[in-house]
Design a protein. Structure first.
Length: 198
């Protein structure tokens, strides 16, 4: 199932939203420090090199871009990617999540983020608005917004420390709205193109 298309998928993908309740608490720190988690005694922390994170994001982004290549406006706006969406709708949705994640990561870095639970209704509504608010835009316009949103995400990732703690909410947002999300929708679009050609 494509990520972020159904609320049940979203709840699973965004399970990190309540990690501050289960494993510690997020709090803004002074100076150079960023919001961090306090883990229970004995919990392991896993770090990824920023360069590895950037490469994973780049590879998955390129896969999605490749999947979008060659689609006409008619093809991109034809419902059929899933029951309700066209490729343009999916890209609208991807861009909206990347914009939202960039906003949240900025708040995390500024120490102003207030974690909120995401439930089925909230995620469904976000997805509905993401697609509905872009209905009148052409595929090139949606693509332009997606490209701009991704450039901002890349800029934010560049500001991360050289070792990125994979348990932090900033990492989890990047993971879930970039390489996991891109890979899922890229594969979905490629499958749809094959069905359309067959």
């Amino acid at each position: 199932m494509p990520l972020f298309c159904k609320s049940t998928d979203n709840v699973s993908i965004l399970s990190f939203r309540t990690c501050h309740l289960n494993t510690g608490d997020w709090r803004p720190l002074a100076g150079e420090e960023r919001a961090r988690v306090r883990f229970p005694q004995g919990a392991k922390r896993i770090a990824m090199k920023k360069t590895e994170l950037q490469e994973r994001v780049r590879e998955s982004h390129q896969g999605l871009v490749n999947a979008l290549e060659g689609l006409s406006e008619e093809e991109a706006t034809r419902t059929g990617l899933n029951e309700n969406w066209s490729v343009k709708d999916a890209l609208s949705h991807i861009a909206a999540w990347e914009i939202e994640a960039a906003r949240i990561i900025t708040e995390i870095q500024n120490g102003t983020w207030q974690p909120q639970r995401l439930n089925k209704e909230a995620i469904d509504e976000f997805n509905r608005q993401a697609v509905e608010s872009r209905q009148e835009r052409s595929m090139p316009q949606v693509r332009e917004e997606f490209d701009a949103a991704h450039r901002e995400m890349e800029r934010l990732i560049e500001s991360f420390p050289e070792e990125v703690d994979e348990a932090t909410p900033a990492y989890k947002y990047v993971e879930n709205v970039t390489f996991k999300h891109f890979a899922s929708h890229g594969a979905q679009i490629e499958d749809w193109k094959k069905r359309m050609q067959g």
